[in-house]
Design a protein around this ligand. Sequence first.
Ligand code: PMP
Length: 438
Amino acid sequence: DVPPNDLEAFWMPMTANRRFKKTPMFFSAAEGMYYATPDGRRVLDAIAGLWCVNAGHCHPRIVEAIRAQAGKLDYASSFGVGHPLAFHFANRVVEIAPPGFRHLFLAGSGSEAVDSALKFALAYHRARGEGHRQRLIGRQRAYHGVGFGGLSVSGIGWQRAQFGALLPATSHLPHTHDLARNAFSRGQPAHGVEFADALEGLLFAVDPSTVAAVIVEPVAGAGGVLPPPQGYLQRLREICDRHGILLIFDEVVTGFGRLGAPFAAQALGVGPDLITCAKGMTSGTVPMGGVLISDRVHDGLSQGPEAVPELAHGYTYSGHPLACAAGLAALDVYRDEGLFERAARLAPIWEDALHGLRTLGPVRDIRNLGLLGAIEIDGGDGAPGERARACAEVCLERGVFIRALGDTLILSPPLVIDEGQIGQIVDAIGSGLRRLAA
Ligand code: PMP
């Protein structure tokens, strides 16, 4: 364990540790739903690490698969050579993907997956002789990682502002967070399908024939867990189709069961053209990201009139053997333990539990979909985020680890959670809210 006086040796940009407490919270071990601290406390993990440990921490089958693979084949590149596990893994992911997605590109993280998907969209149009389609459209409050492409289409201003102009040809749709009409909605809000029409407005201004792709998280995650209004994603799909624009779902958070189906595309019944994923892909164990590519995009890329024989894109760690082994084991666990179905079964219980918090303190909104949740705190007159952070600290004192993002408490537990643990999470948040109200 790192002695506290050595902490300054680390520079940990963009981690909450230093702001959360003077001394960072250390987790030194984990098992199932729980982290353990160096001083021996057990902490219930209500956010699956960072929305990733969907099968629970240190799942023995995943641990064993990584261990076995590490002693067998440590590395093989995806350039000119390969290894069978990457093909097995891709086939297994494709089996659970929405219909019409028979290709998987492998990367090393969510940010790499997003940048890859954006590049594939540009290359797709180019291969079809439409290289003038270069504009990428994101959305306010979106989080798409830290690559130049992903950050350029992200819509959280303070994260972008530090780095200047980023990619030039980008635009942003409005977010769908409509507290006035939708506060305390359960699941997908009833109002707001017309937010999608802003895309038509934007296309009027920028010329639709210059637009390559629209990228959205089906449920905006780091922007505050914002489930899409009913009909919104369907309408985005229709508008994109009308104008020959690709629709990308960033499923880094929603992929691998979070909404009770393998992907949000299936849970919400909307078919995008490209799907990015990461996190739950290996249940958070070994870094990995990926892009599911629809047959239509794949065929356009490879057979369009101006297609190139081989796309100049790939990473040293594309299809890393350890990640593939972890991913295969995670898929086995998801299947054998029925974890996606479990998420679907628990979702209404989760919803009731979260919405029961409404009257316990200064709560402005409660949102949920699948096993995602958010409690938006009324910040009052204090500094932004101060009350939410205080509430998260009470939870930690009570042995529950949650994340405060601005004024919002974010919840995204491992899919192995049980009803008792859901109760523990809301009890801890309830204590925090009562303390704020006192
Ligand atoms: N997209 C979304 C929707 C995400 O939530 C994240 C990470 N939280 C990313 C992309 C980036 O993933 P990574 O941090 O693995 O690069």
